[in-house]
Design a protein around this ligand. Sequence first.
Ligand SMILES: Nc1ncnc2c1ncn2[C@@H]1O[C@H](COP(=O)(O)OP(=O)(O)OP(=O)(O)O)[C@@H](O)[C@H]1O
Length: 620
Amino acid sequence: MKMERGGDEFVGDERLRDRQFDGESSILSSALFLDHVGEVVLSVNSTGLSWKPVDCPCDDESCWHRKLTFTSTAKVNFSDIYAVELTDLGLIHQSILPKADCCFLHSDSEMYRFIVHGFQRSKTQPSMWMLAMYTFGHKDLQICELFVNQINAYLSKETGRPKSLLVFVHPLSGKRNGRRIWEGVGPIFSRARVRTKVIVTERTGHAFDVMGSMTNQDLNSYDGVVAVGGDGFFNEILNGLLLSRLKAPYPPVPPDFTDSLENELGNSVPNLNETAAGTSYECEDQSPLLPTSGHNQSGFSNFKIKKSDCSSGEQDSELCISNERFRFGIIPAGSTDAIVICTTGVRDPITSALHIVLGKRVSLDIAQVVKWKATSSSKNEPDVRYTASFVGYGFYGDVIVESEKYRWMGPKRYDFAGTKVFLRHRSYEAEISYLEAKREQNISDSEKDQQHGRAGDCNELENYDLGICRANCQTCRASSGCTTTGSRPATFYSNPGKSRWLRSRGHFLSVGAAVISCRNERAPDGLVANAHLSDGFLHLVLIKECPHALYLRHLIELTRKGGKPLDFGFIEHHKTAAFAFTSFGKEGVWNLDGELLRAHKLSAQVLRGLVSLFATGPEV
Ligand SMILES: Nc1ncnc2c1ncn2[C@@H]1O[C@H](COP(=O)(O)OP(=O)(O)OP(=O)(O)O)[C@@H](O)[C@H]1O
């Protein structure tokens, strides 16, 4: 049989040849059969695999093999390979190319096989990663084993890939198919030999309780935690980890905000403006993610920094918790999945699973939100939460209240509730104070100029990429003081004294603070198209009372790709590191990732690059 020729041809010293591809000498090279293609010479070098068709022996100018197959070498880098596995004796299929008598392409044959597992980017949507499998066969089992061992040896040198993960699966998330989604991607983890401890949640708060009760030593045995669910579920896990461990200073607030709390609480309210300034920091080693922390006499929380881990000069404001190893992962199964869309570019469980097993890494800002008083008449009791995506008051809270009545509708309940709340058109009186971003930080003016085709005064801003956040985003790198290794010390806003407090008071249909752009399938560019994953800013979006029709136009703009939902006179958009909120009169509710929070007085700040995610940022 012709196909056997390739298997028999390379014997003894000839069997494994040293060849050159792309100028780099290969370590291992041999003729094998590639499933559905034909006979190829496969080579391994330090960067990856490459293969080329064996030369066709015929002189026939019309030979399909010569014409169609391969003038070029196919290549897969190790960074794009997540597993290789030896399989049983089995069929290698004939070429899918037209038959040609002169070449060895026209019959299936049984041989030993191994499969290289990698991925390919979708041609139409580069952020979408699709599984790719290359099955090679050879008559000699030893040849297959040699390749598998060599490829495995290189894969083990790939840095940053997780070996052990804690996985929470929310079975009722989104369309109630969290479990099925996990079963769909589970084999990717087992092929990549990532150990997974899987917990299928049984109730709200289950994942929070598990995360909160685990010791740091337990957490240290994992390289990260994966949520199979929606944004709310991820934030529950995030809070389970942070609330019991991170004692961050409360957000800075304007003096009158503190005064009004102090009047009611006496000395028990810390002077928030002094919290961070002048404190010293150190890190605790056992924590997988977080620094040790402690309260000073006035009740503030002090971060501690391990100086050797931090590269930026401004150590007094740095919190060194950006652990390179420990990361979060999200496999989308929810109703919105905005965090996944903003961090991978698509809402696709396979893409997310690949980002995780390949050990991708991106830093994420986290907002710390403190509810001080539930209602104007209730007691002051600071209650801290963390969010990776969005907090909203007014319209956003009312939609959640309304949608809870229609849970049985599944994700469609948000549309139904949204319409009802929109028709109601309720506004709430409130005062919002926010820290002015410094000129060189506040690039929104310049962003607006760009949008409108004006040059803008960009002198101070030339290092910033003013576009949208994407993989290897220059804005996030520049503003985080990223080191050459890509590590980013997490920081909190430490010096409010240097910035002015600005304020806005009025009747608002909604008050929202976005940590990220919040892109989703309904709002393809998100609420704030140019928000970044880790630039250290919140985007405050204040929508003032306005005619119904104008509000509808804002909502329609939100659903349009390339729309300008914030370009309306009744909308204020401020980039800020922190804000404080007080309601007057009729009180609305806050929506924190789908969870309701009653807060008459609330403050929030961004913690820059606090956590890392298994993701690259969108490839757009
Ligand atoms: N087994 C469970 N049964 C009921 N509720 C659960 C369970 N596990 C988790 N939850 C709760 O469900 C909430 C919502 O989950 P999740 O975010 O996955 O779904 P979603 O609201 O459909 O999606 P999205 O947040 O993307 O809109 C979580 O905050 C969590 O507290």
